[in-house]
Design a protein around this ligand. Structure first.
Ligand SMILES: Nc1ncnc2c1ncn2[C@@H]1O[C@H](COP(=O)(O)OP(=O)(O)O)[C@@H](O)[C@H]1O
Ligand SMILES: [Mg+2]
Length: 236
């Protein structure tokens, strides 16, 4: 291979992915197991997602339906407007890489100190309940989220992970759902607006948690997203 040829990372079959979200597959980066590469599911391409939208959302250019493109654009905004403090709350993002799937986005995997990939907040709540320890961490997360004015859609329990260290919760990290969803995203142009909007998103988290706890209490269904079996959490 000559040096001009682009490197195409071999991620392999879907089974190799450690997680499957509503839109993307997440693989451990074969070059560095501290990072992951996210690629669009073949049944959730930007063209398919665009075709499902009604007017006027259907008018948006194709790139707006590409989660990786969107996420990368949001990271650039976060770097400009918020800076390094944001990385207490989100993974580092390292940019695009060509893969045998399609162009993937490379970012830091959030892991516990035993080396396992951290559980989603949804799975943590389901397994351990809303403990006093977790409540304290959720409160400080909400405080930080609003004081930095972090841009996001509604905060979903399968898009937040609980990082643990020495069997204690170290922090909550938002791994998906970044960016203001509004047609005119005023939060990008006014810090005050961003803080207000982030406060609103953060304040809804308790209701979201309570809804999940109710489902569990009533022996309801876990749903589709956010469960990771132990073997998938282990990176070898
Ligand atoms: N950086 C990360 N660190 C740890 N786990 C992650 C990370 N990114 C994704 N995951 C896991 O993979 C799942 C799917 O990833 P996500 O980015 O939410 O995909 P989608 O965009 O399809 O919703 C998450 O629910 C989470 O369990
Ligand atoms: Mg997700």
């Amino acid at each position: 291979m000559t040096s001009e040829e682009p490197i195409i990372l071999q991620l392999g079959p879907e089974d190799n992915a450690f997680a499957r979200g509503g839109n993307r597959l997440c693989f451990v980066d074969p070059r560095n197991s501290d990072n992951c590469i996210k690629v669009a599911r073949t049944d959730r391409t930007p063209a398919i997602k665009k075709s499902e939208k009604k007017f006027p959302a259907s008018l948006k250019p194709l790139k707006f339906f590409d989660d990786n493109e969107e996420e990368f654009r949001v990271y650039q905004r976060i770097d400009q407007q918020i800076g390094k403090e944001a990385y207490a709350l989100i993974p580092r993002c390292y940019g695009f890489v060509e893969t045998d799937w399609e162009r993937g986005l490379c970012s830091e995997i959030i892991k516990d100190d035993d080396g396992k990939i951290s559980l989603t907040l949804k799975q943590y709540l389901w397994q351990f309940g809303y403990t006093e320890e977790l409540k304290v961490k959720v409160d400080s997360f909400k405080q930080q989220w609003q004081s930095l004015g972090m841009p996001s859609r509604n905060l979903l329990l399968h898009n937040i992970v609980v990082q643990q260290k020495e069997e204690k919760i170290q922090r909550l990290v938002v791994i998906d759902g970044l960016g203001w969803p509004d047609i005119i995203p005023l939060g990008y142009y006014s810090n005050l607006m961003a803080k207000r909007k982030a406060a609103r998103k953060a304040s809804r988290l308790d209701a979201t948690i309570n809804r999940l706890l109710d489902i569990k209490r009533n022996q309801g269904d876990w749903g589709y997203h956010g469960w990771m079996d132990d073997d998938k959490r282990t990176i070898d």
